[in-house]
Design a protein around this ligand. Structure first.
Ligand code: UDP
Ligand code: MG
Length: 325
């Protein structure tokens, strides 16, 4: 029997990139079907697009039965799209790929070959360069990776893309992690298994525009930090202890000074500064606790990670089978 592979493609307002992607991907699919004897299914996830993305997916589904789709009731974010994709994937092998051709489809045959011939459970990719990206953005990303790897036990690989191919057993492990606050780069490391890393040079977007603003990326990095480290929670205790010791030394100095020189009243500006600084630190620490509390709060609500509005018929049937079973 032929092996089956599902390629999950999250799309948010990608009417321009989607046809280009399909044209390129079809060539790779045909080559792989012929040479590597693997049946490939494209599972597009429409993440609440407001343009023609969904109708293009429907067209593709009519024209080519290998194209399936899921559609969300609103924009739930790329992480939710990935989760929906792997929940509905039927393949023995599952790949994640962006629609803008920044994840080169030509790498896929090589990734599949590695899983066939070598003893790995997953092949992941990372960028060796960040050409074409604004300098400030690269700098912020680099700082984020340095910081999170200092405070987290789970290694978050710098430059890692979401582009990867996994065996079924790893996909099932990822599905077990049904947390609401999702950070894939951490989740894929956390579940373990043997991963081979391939590097490629950064490619610029084929069409359309990036959906990630610096603000969105910042919020996403907070997701990574709170999701995979609790070290910031100890900050309050550490700073507290340091300040207690400091104040003890200061009290000693003041007592000695008063005894030797008397106590002329002066120095209220320095006092004001100290009050400002200490209350600033206190608020900052409370803020960190709040950040974790809010994540915990959302997690305990057990809200669904995504809500489907529509999907291709074959995917619908798959769902019925699961329910019946
Ligand atoms: N994407 C998504 N939901 C979102 C944002 C992005 O499904 O809310 C998809 C998008 O359509 C693309 C992929 O995630 O296929 C990567 O997005 P983008 O290319 O904008 O990010 P970048 O490559 O700039 O990091
Ligand atoms: Mg992109």
């Amino acid at each position: 029997m032929m092996n089956k592979m599902t390629v999950i493609v999250p799309c948010f307002n990608e009417e321009e990139a989607l046809p280009v992607y399909y044209r390129e991907m079809r060539k790779v699919m045909e080559r792989m079907e012929e040479l590597q004897k693997v049946e490939i299914e494209l599972l597009f996830v429409d993440d609440g697009s407001t343009d023609r993305t969904l109708s293009i997916m429907k067209e593709l589904n009519l024209r080519d039965s290998r194209c399936q789709y899921l559609s969300f009731s609103r924009n739930f974010g790329k992480e939710a799209a990935i989760y929906a994709g792997i929940s509905n994937a039927s393949g023995d092998y599952v790949a994640l790929m962006d629609v803008d051709l920044q994840d080169p489809p030509e790498l896929l045959p090589e990734m599949y070959r590695i899983l066939q011939e070598e003893d790995y459970d997953s092949v992941a990719t990372k960028r060796s360069t960040r050409t074409g990206e604004p300098k400030i953005r690269s700098f912020l990303s680099e700082s984020f990776y340095k910081f999170i790897n200092k405070i987290s036990k789970t290694e978050i690989v710098n430059g890692a893309r979401d582009y990867r191919l996994m065996r079924r057993k790893m996909v099932d492990a990822v599905l077990e992690m049904s947390e609401y606050n999702r950070f894939s780069k951490g989740i894929f490391e956390w579940v373990g298994f043997r991963t081979k890393w391939l590097e490629f040079e950064n490619v610029e977007r084929s069409a359309g525009e990036t959906k990630w603003s610096v603000r969105k990326l910042f919020m996403y990095s907070l997701e990574g930090i709170t999701g995979f480290s609790v070290a910031p929670l100890s900050l309050a205790s550490v700073v507290g202890v340091v300040f207690c010791m400091l104040s003890f030394v200061m009290i000693m100095v003041i007592i000695v000074r008063t005894l030797v020189w008397g106590d002329p009243v002066s120095g209220w500006p320095s006092l004001a500064c100290i009050i400002f600084m200490v209350s600033g630190i206190q608020l900052f620490c409370t803020g960190i606790v709040g950040e974790y509390l809010s994540k915990t709060y959302l997690e305990t609500k057990h809200r669904p990670i995504f809500i489907l509005k529509d999907s291709s018929d074959e995917v619908k049937e798959r769902h019925h089978e699961v329910v019946r079973a």
